[in-house]
Design a protein around this ligand. Structure first.
Ligand code: ZN
Length: 146
């Protein structure tokens, strides 16, 4: 259940960054472009896009691109991530589409973020859905955490 569904959001700047990153998506196989923007605790924002591969397996999602960029720069504390996505072909775009994070990305988020980590989805209609990680990945695998 989304925390909130509407058009105005204090994280609109993050949604805009995700939309910018979406333009860099490399998605010749799915034709679906995704952008993500990750807000670090210190205010830094790292963006990412999906990067597909002809062998499919090596493909990487926008969310993990952003998280891996941030971690590789020494960041490990995150507040929120905004995710946008739609079909590359303008004729195929659907204004209601939300790009919800896949299971692998949810697990990667759980590696670094607590359950209150905010996940913001925005579509082309200007609608926004917000979730907490604990709602999108209850009972995340981590036998080392209490
Ligand atoms: Zn993913």
């Amino acid at each position: 259940m989304a925390l909130k569904v509407n058009g105005s959001n204090k994280y609109n700047f993050l949604i805009e960054k995700a939309r910018e990153a979406e333009k860099n998506a490399y998605s010749p196989y799915s034709g679906f472009n995704v952008g993500a923007a990750l807000l670090c605790k210190d205010g830094t924002v790292y963006s990412g896009c999906n990067i597909e591969n002809i062998a499919y397996g090596p493909s990487n999602c926008a969310e993990r691109t952003a998280i891996f960029k941030a971690v590789s720069e020494g960041q490990k504390e995150f507040v929120a991530i905004a995710i946008t996505g739609n079909f590359d072909d303008p004729d195929a775009q659907k204004s209601e589409v939300f790009a919800s994070p896949c299971g692998t990305c949810r697990q990667v988020m759980a590696e670094f973020c607590d359950g209150d980590f905010l996940i913001i989805l925005a579509n082309l209609k200007g609608q926004v859905k917000e979730y907490r990680l604990k709602d999108l990945l209850p009972e995340a695998f981590n036998p080392f955490k209490e």
